[in-house]
Write a protein that binds this ligand. Structure first.
Ligand SMILES: [Zn+2]
Ligand SMILES: [Zn+2]
Length: 285
């Protein structure tokens, strides 16, 4: 079977709106790759856009709707509720319109708190001036764990991923193209290499794997239990799961443009097409 690229038809448009982990950053050392936190849009012709996480990059995705004065109708696939993955939601200007629609998927908490209750507990005083009702748009919520489901014409898998607290990753398939999104991934604490079955299901043979690459090996020694992994581990996951392309993602806020450029060079011998995710970059698959 010929690949989609050989067929000359592009099925999915993937745009990085925020590529940082933990907290936004700015300044001359981060101009090239950007400083907003996790948010990636996936768009297929005639389908609602899918938003992978709602970090601070979401605000920039939202500008097109405000500028064109068209109501947003989108789906958010949220991995977990750490600030860097949800903080853009209350600043997503299109949802101030009453005819806005945002359907959101995300994990429930271990104590049984639903994803909806968790989001509503974040977007309200005293952490934000207004509550979700004050945003005026219409929101719907779904809990996910290890699930397979369809959104419009997309086939979606959510699988629990090792991190800190309930966290999922997603696989999106559309028109024979597959994208795996594993933004925050705890590698084994002892430095060994193993991959959870659910993670493998997400990443196996993916045309594009977007994966946590927060730490250098030296940083992992002191932050092994903080829920993330090294660039080397991300490359290992891509190689083991035979992903075709790997986007290194969730960059540490301390990582400079020069260091990210050097990271790319270190990955060239892996056999996988590796690149460093950059804010504003679009890939057509
Ligand atoms: Zn994160
Ligand atoms: Zn996290």
């Amino acid at each position: 079977m010929r690949s989609v690229r050989e067929m000359g038809s592009e099925q999915l448009r993937v745009t990085f709106h925020g590529v940082r982990g933990s907290t936004p950053c700015h300044g001359p050392a981060t101009v090239k790759y950007g400083g907003n936190t996790a948010c990636v849009s996936v768009q297929a012709e005639g389908q609602r856009p899918l938003l992978l996480d709602l970090g601070t990059g979401l605000r920039y995705f939202g500008k097109q709707f405000v500028e064109k004065d068209v109501p947003v109708n989108a789906v958010a696939l949220v991995t977990h509720l750490h600030w860097d993955h949800i903080q853009g939601l209350p600043f997503f200007a299109p949802v101030l319109q009453p005819d806005a629609r945002l359907e959101m998927f995300g994990p429930a908490q271990e104590d049984g708190t639903s994803f909806m209750e968790s989001v509503k507990s974040i977007v309200r005083p005293p952490t934000f001036p207004v509550d979700m009702a004050g945003l005026h748009g219409r929101f719907s919520f779904h809990d996910v764990a290890d699930n397979d489901f369809a959104i419009d014409g997309y086939s979606i898998k959510s699988r629990l991923v090792p991190h800190i607290g309930p966290t999922v990753g997603y696989r999106i398939e559309f028109g024979g193209v597959s994208i795996a999104y594993i933004s925050d991934h705890q590698q084994p604490l002892d430095g060994s290499f193993s991959i959870a079955d659910g993670v493998r299901e997400l990443a196996e043979g993916a045309d594009l794997l977007i994966h946590d690459a927060q730490y250098t090996p030296a940083e992992f020694v002191t932050k092994a239990h903080w829920g993330h992994c090294t660039t080397e581990f991300a490359v290992g996951v891509a190689m083991s799961c035979r992903a075709k392309r790997l986007a290194l993602f969730h960059h540490d806020p301390e990582r400079t443009d020069a260091e990210l450029d050097a990271t790319k060079a270190c990955s060239e011998s892996s056999g996988v097409e590796v690149f460093v995710a950059r804010e504003g970059a679009t890939i057509n698959l």
